[in-house]
Design a protein around this ligand. Structure first.
Ligand code: HH2
Length: 286
């Protein structure tokens, strides 16, 4: 079996198919309105300090976002997004030794971030607006995460319906991968994400986490972001601040079903939970 690799502009993450070690992407939201941590890291120094703390807890990638994509959120202009993002990136790229990803859907913002030295673009729309964002990544040799989203953050939770959830998510991601590769992004610089919470009911999210193996035919590393999301609230009837244990359970389930990268807020706790899950997975049968 081939090693799975994600090339991230000068860095490489690899997974041994026999014993894949899950990598963690730490969430750094430089927004006033993110659903779990909005407003906490708005100034560049606080955001950078938080990002470095996540790296010290074991984050393999840091994902900096300056526009919330929670259900019902309003989009911000490219200028506003850059004003929030670039001062953080400037500091962080000097301080962090791990790759830095930028959570943006806008080619202009991605271009500015990659020009500063960012390593990866995390596009939660999966190139819904066309190949321009992928062309920018290709020019810089940056990695690209393609996420499945149905609709837009403003509308995506209005009665989501699928006739064939796994087949439709896989087909849409396959089309996004083809668009990215045609735009010049290297095949081993792309990862895919089923988009937990992006145009899905709680039941859809649970099925996707259980059946990440359904994305294996795409032959890309699978990134998944269950951290503190509403489906956990639906099961436990708890607000985002009280969803740590639910997040840990979701992450362990994702390890079992084939995740390569987990995008999480609570890096230290998830790292410990995931290591135990991996140790059990890799234990002898008898
Ligand atoms: N989820 C969020 C944002 N970016 N990127 C990927 N690849 N996958 C995800 O599941 C994902 C993502 C939403 O979470 P968060 O950043 O915590 O909240 P907000 O969008 O409100 O800033």
């Amino acid at each position: 079996m081939r090693l799975t690799t994600l090339r991230v502009r000068g860095h490489a993450l690899s997974w041994d198919p026999a014993r894949p070690r899950v990598r963690l992407m730490g969430v750094v939201n430089v927004t006033p309105d993110s659903f779990a941590d909005g407003g906490r890291f708005l100034d560049a120094e606080a955001a950078c300090r938080h990002a470095c703390a996540l790296a010290a807890e074991g984050a393999d990638i840091l994902d900096v976002g300056a526009e919330s994509t929670r259900p019902g959120s309003r989009s911000v202009s490219a200028a506003e997004e850059q004003d929030r993002l670039l001062p953080v990136l400037e500091r962080l790229l000097k301080e962090a030794s791990c790759p830095v990803s930028v959570d943006t859907t806008k080619p202009d913002v991605a271009e500015a971030a990659l020009a500063l030295g960012a390593h990866m673009v995390n596009d939660v729309t999966g190139l819904a607006a066309g190949p321009e964002l992928a062309r920018v990544c290709a020019r810089y040799g940056a990695a690209l995460c393609l996420t499945h989203m149905r609709g837009t953050p403003a509308t995506m939770q209005e009665a989501p319906h699928y006739d064939d959830l796994l087949g439709e998510v896989r087909a849409r991601l396959a089309a996004a991968v083809a668009t990215a590769e045609a735009a010049g992004v290297a095949a081993d610089a792309i990862c895919v994400d089923p988009g937990i919470g992006f145009g899905k009911t709680a039941a859809h999210n649970l099925t996707l986490l259980k059946r990440l193996d359904a994305l294996a035919p795409l032959e890309k590393p699978i990134l998944v972001g269950p951290s503190r999301k509403n489906f956990i609230g639906a099961v436990l009837d708890l607000p985002p601040a009280e969803r740590l244990e639910g997040t840990l359970a979701a992450c362990v389930a994702a390890v079992q079903s084939g995740a390569h990268i987990l995008r999480v807020h609570d890096v230290g706790a998830v790292r410990r939970a995931v290591r135990v899950a991996e140790a059990i997975r890799d234990a002898p049968d008898a």
